[in-house]
Write a protein that binds this ligand. Sequence first.
Ligand SMILES: *Cc1c(COP(=O)(O)O)cnc(C)c1O
Length: 443
Amino acid sequence: MKYYSTNAQAPMATLEKAVVKGLAEDKGLYMPERIVALPQEFYDNIQDMSFQEIAFQVAQAFFGEDIPADDLKQIVYDTLSFDVPAVRVEDRIYSLELFHGPTLAFKDVGARFMARLLGYFNRQSSPLPTSPRGGAESTVNVLVATSGDTGSAVANGFLGVPGIHVYVLYPKGKVSPIQECQFTTLGQNITAIEVDGVFDDCQALVKSAFMDEELNQHMRLTSANSINVARFLPQSFYYFYAYAQLKKLGLADKVVACVPSGNFGNICSALFGKKMGLPIHRFIAANNANDIFYQYLQTGQYEPKASQQTIANAMDVGDPSNFARIYDLYGKDHKAICKDIAGATYSDSQIADTMRQCLADTGYQLDPHGACGYRALKEGLKDDEVGFFLETAHPAKFKQVVDDICHTDVEIPARLQAFMEGTKQSVPMSRVFADFKQYLLGR
Ligand SMILES: *Cc1c(COP(=O)(O)O)cnc(C)c1O
């Protein structure tokens, strides 16, 4: 399968190139040239298949031409070592809990899949011919800048994968202690770099590194950005499995999927699922106060803004990158987009009210991101529909906010606790590129 750029000014890429490069030369996002519909038989039997079995079928439709079935199966099964249950919250409303992975957030699946796919390509390819050294030169070095959540998902996703070393750059003193220990205590092939600056400085260092010729001659560099096809496409597995679970309950006639959205990668993967024949009736994109997509649905105008800080901070995005993919997928047709996707936007106080109300009415503890999804679904669901919203993070990841709002003492799961007991190790770094380059050249 070849991949084209949404900007249409770059050459088609192989899967390997799309994964290693992340972004096309024309700064567009890669799209698969074909979307293969799955056979009716698959949908007829989906309710009796496991998460892994379903995901393997979906993965074959995307990656089957490029990865031998046995290898792809291994990648899928290794990635999905945890469950994604659809939990009933109230009549006709289900929470698809995406937080049972290693870092308790939905980005785990994409990060783990990408790590294993890169590991596979790395095993297939030969060392850099220009490298002066023997042996270790085939290592792929993943650079990732994080303001918190992405770093933990990527670091844990790539942990222990042979042939890959991850450098997580994060702003000193600007990530929560729970987040920090999820990528500074791992050791092995993960190096945390504590940058004396803000998130934008971390991102600038990573960008400069990718553009530096000397550095790229010295070592293989790649990014684990969320727009990477290997990170975003596997998220479609969630929607097939959610549908399967509702179908098993006899509730799959008119299914609505409601997705708390920031960069729109998650919902975009679901829209790919629909194009593959997944019978989801319609979608709702739930936003916090960053309402760019919501406004687009109302007006047909896409007007990016500076992002606003909210209590659902993983959705604080003022220019969602994957809008370009959605726009392309629907042939730039505003009407067609509005037919499949409705929107919603909530202020912090509405999010807080929703968390309290849902807890009081149903006993279900939402996190601030899931709260946007729950509310948009509850407000938007019609009488003949059944819906699920994505609970994208465990409430304990946002313990302070959740406890303040709900007057609770949310229990920290053992997995998260374990990170906090590890020893923090990081490399102090200035925000000057020459320092970072020197450090990498010395590795
Ligand atoms: C990343 C993230 C989102 C937003 O997902 P997108 O794919 O960027 O739309 C929502 N909730 C949580 C907890 C996240 O980490």
